[in-house]
Write a protein that binds this ligand. Sequence first.
Ligand code: CA
Length: 233
Amino acid sequence: MPTILLVEDEPTLLATIAYTLRREGYQVLTAADGEAALALAAQEPDLVLLDVLLPRLDGFEVCRRLRQRSAVPILMLTAKSDEVDRVVGLELGADDYLTKPFGMRELLARVKALLRRRDLLVAELERRAVEAEGERLVAGDLVIDLAGHRVTRANQAVALTPREFDLLAFLVRHRDHVFSAERLLEQVWGYDQAVDARTVPVHIRSLREKLEEQPSQPRRLQTVRGVGYRFVG
Ligand code: CA
């Protein structure tokens, strides 16, 4: 369950909100002043409920400092239905605000909405990262653009045949794993093609000519004697 950092200096309100959240299954960290809030924020809560009027550091300052290091959703709790407070809070990076007095149902609805929004955002970022990973393979100064079927080394285009490209992409995708020539024939050339077993060493040699500083002493496309080939990098 998500962890919520609750920052509120009125003991009764703090206890009531903490009780309500825990009953819903949330983990709750509590702080009664701004400095304690910042210290607890190091535990990376999933959401912050932040009162505006606090001893030591006020909620606006806590919000500003949190935003310098974290994208955690922040729900401000303000005593005044003051437009200025609301605007200041949002400008400092708060995601939403709630004006006191508020009901616990209303609070829970806002909490759930913010956590759901955060989940969607996290999922979207993960999807984009996976997609970016899927389109390009990077190994040191070597970049394999899978969608564009292009390879660059130190930003210089490397001309490869389609088979060399497939072989290189396969080995880089499974870097550090050793594959026998037979296995590479299966994976890169396909089962149903009758191909000479010497095809693989020929292609490896050609790739080394194009990619290695010293093709006779390859550092990336290595031969593992008696076993096969692997890409290291
Ligand atoms: Ca207060």
